[in-house]
Every structure is written in structure tokens, then in C-alpha cells.
Design a protein around this ligand. Sequence first.
Ligand code: ATP
Length: 457
Amino acid sequence: MTRPRVAVAYSGGRDSTALLHATLVAAVVHGVDVVALHVHHGLSPHADAWLAHCERQCARWAATWPGLVFAAERLAGRPSAGESVEAWARTARYAALRRMALAHGASLVLLGQHRRDQAETLLLQALRGGGARGLAGMPRQVERAGLVWARPWLDRPREAIEHYVAAHALEHVDDDSNADPRFARNRLRHAVWPKLTAAWPQAEAALATSARWSADAAAVLDEVAAEDLVRVGDAGAIDLARWRDLSPARRSLALRHWLAGHGGVAPPQSLTQRLLDELGTDRAARWPWGDLELRSYRGRLVVARTGGPDASGPASGDASLGGKGTDGRRRGDSRLPTRPVVTLAIAGPGSYDVPIWNGALHVDRVDSGGVAAQRLERLELRLREGGERFQLGPGRPPRPLKKQYQAVALPEWERTGPLVFSAGELVFVPGLGLDARALAPPGAPQYALGWEPRAPI
Ligand SMILES: Nc1ncnc2c1ncn2[C@@H]1O[C@H](COP(=O)(O)OP(=O)(O)OP(=O)(O)O)[C@@H](O)[C@H]1O
């Protein structure tokens, strides 16, 4: 009978070295085999040395723990010009870890994040304006993509791991990119954290506790919304009379969940607010929402595809329609938008959440290869409509987007996220990077852009 096998995501850094060691010790007791998974991002000049270190370490440990095997994957791709390195590395890393875990018959993957990482995550989410779900930080355990991902040390203070490493004289590598101030987490770690803990020595524990409460709160909110939707739902529609009987906060919650269930993504805050403000009466009305349209008709709120065969409700041009839609166009206009358009004003580096697109736009300061700061003052994020042309590099011809996707062999499922325009010109495409025509001259203040889908794990 084959023994069960657990996977440990092993970067060679301090935390995952300690986690792998502790897992090996525990695995003997439980009769479990271990596979150490290492991802070579190909980003750092030290990546080969880290891989070699991990392989050597595992070979040494396998002498004591024969149930240990080592697996590594070198990432073939690279972040595109102007794409956020952090976001690309994260997405590609989890995909590689998943492939390796499945290939080695492991259904559980352990990750080395600890309490300090969780506290930092909460702070970073708060600084992006996150709600309960964001403030919950990283999940302790989650089932995604056919695997269970667990962070067994999420409640452990960082110092406990340092002690473990010292007590067992464990060798580990140090990732020099952890000092790079272009990454938000590093800025928080180096510029803010020491001052924060000097003033609030309990900050790490307190923030991790807040994350835990937020996770509970987010779970309860999900349950309440589901119950309310059973009560006010009516064959896929919302019965507005019953919905109005809910308290204001539950009205908002039920509406957001109902919308997210239809659109597949969280609705923009502006749309939720408009609906809350305008659904007080049974007047027929409609609100554009990307490819969809919301219609209130005869006391029910329905979602329809614009112009689609399932369209129901009042005819376009209904007399009660007025005011501006979420994208600034007048509602009731027969030329209703068929694509979501989100406008973003970028004031500086950071991560800009775009809930309707279920992700965030990362903006990093760079010295070259970026887009001029002033072009980011008003960005438009849109779906691909066909006919867009993109220039992959300086001196290369602009070509249809589809051709460019094929040129870099970007799989269909990675062609997600919005196209980013400035003053009507295509500036950035997730997976391809910055359009070469948008590149700023060297020396000008400029930024790299990156698109990160909401964390899958
Ligand atoms: N290159 C990699 N290969 C395999 N697993 C990785 C890799 N990078 C990160 N991980 C996993 O993700 C966890 C979090 O990584 P992150 O880089 O955010 O934190 P860290 O504190 O630097 O961790 P570590 O000290 O283990 O490198 C790691 O503990 C490890 O389990």
C-alpha cells in the first residue's frame, strides 16, 4: 500500500526550511512521505544557487528521512515588460506548486507563512481599502484547484520560527529581493513595521487576531447573505418588496452577493450605491453593468444580457430612465454600453483594487521601461472588443492583439483582466505588458503596471 504524501512549498528561505524540517519530524510519527517542492522563478541571479542549495539539503535529509523526495520546476515564462514582477511570480508559483504536487500524488500543500506575514497582509489590505474578506488576510486552510493548501504556522510568531532554526542549526538562503523597496510588503516591513512595533509591541498578535475575527465576520456575512437571498430571491430575481423589508446593511449585503452571483465578480461600489439609492420605488428602471443590464420592473430586479434573448422588462428608452449610468453614460440611451468601463486615477505607486474585474492594478516606480506618470492620471479599464492593436517592443510593428497573444503563447485562460487605456490609446495588457508606444523616455518619471487577479489561494 502506498503511503500518503504531503507536499511542502520549500523556497530554501528561513520559514519554509523550518517548516520542511518540522514536517519531516512529524511525518515519521504519522507514517507519511514528504515531497519538497521548489519553484525556480528565473528572476534572481541567485536562483540557480537556491535551487542547488534546496536539492543538496533534501539529499542530506533524505539520508535521515528516506520518505523525502525533492521536486523543482523552472518557470519558463517571464513577466512581460511593465508587468508587476510580484504578481506574475505569485501566480506562476502557485500554478507550478500545483502541477508538482499533483504529479507527486500529494493532495495537501503546506506553506510557510507565519503570524507576522498575516499581520502584514491585514495592514496591506487595509491600506488598499479592503473589506472583511480582505482584512481576513490569508486563509489558514483552503481547498483550491483540487488541492488543500494549509499554513500550519499562521498563528506562530516569527520569533518562534527563528528559535526553531537556531535550535536545529538549519541552513537557509536569504532572498535579496526581500529588501527591494519597490514591493509594498518590503516597504511596510522595513519603513513601517519597526516603528509600529516600537509604539505597539503587541501589534503582530493584535493584527493577527483582527484577521481571525475578520475571517469569521466574512464567513458570517456569507451565511447571512445566503439566507436573505433565499427569502427575497424569486426565480433568479429579487422581490423588491421583500428586499426592502431587510435592514439597510442586510439590503446592501444581499444585493452585493446577488450581483456577484450573476456577474461572477464583485460589483463596483458605485453601482451598489446607485441601486441602494434608487430601488426605493417600484418605478421601472435599468442600470448598465458591463455585459449585463439590471432591470427593475413590476417589483422585481432582474439581470439581463444587453440585447440578449433573455432580455425582459421595459423597452429601451423607458420614460422613467434618467441620470447617469455607472460609466457616466445616460441610462435609457439605446446605445447602452456592452462592456464594463472602469476609470482609475493613479496618484502614485501602490495597488489599486478593481472589484468589478476581480483583481488589482499594481503600479511600481521604475527608472526605465515604464509609462509616463502623467499618462496614468486617468486610465480606462475595458474588456477586449476586437480590433485592438498592440506593440510588443520598440521598433516592432503594432499587431492585432490576438496575434500578439499567440506570439508569446499566452494561453486563453491567462488572457484575463482588463485592457488599460489612456486618452483612448492602449497602454497595458495583462500577460503582454506595456505597449511599446506608451513607453516613457529614460529619465522621465515613470511607472510599471501589473495586473493581479484576486488571490486564488
Ligand atoms: N520559490 C519558492 N518555491 C517553493 N515555495 C515557495 C517559494 N517561494 C515561496 N514559497 C512558499 O510560500 C511561502 C511564503 O513565501 P514568501 O516568499 O511570501 O515568504 P518568506 O517569509 O520569504 O518565506 P521563506 O522564508 O520560506 O522563503 C514560503 O514559506 C514557501 O512555503
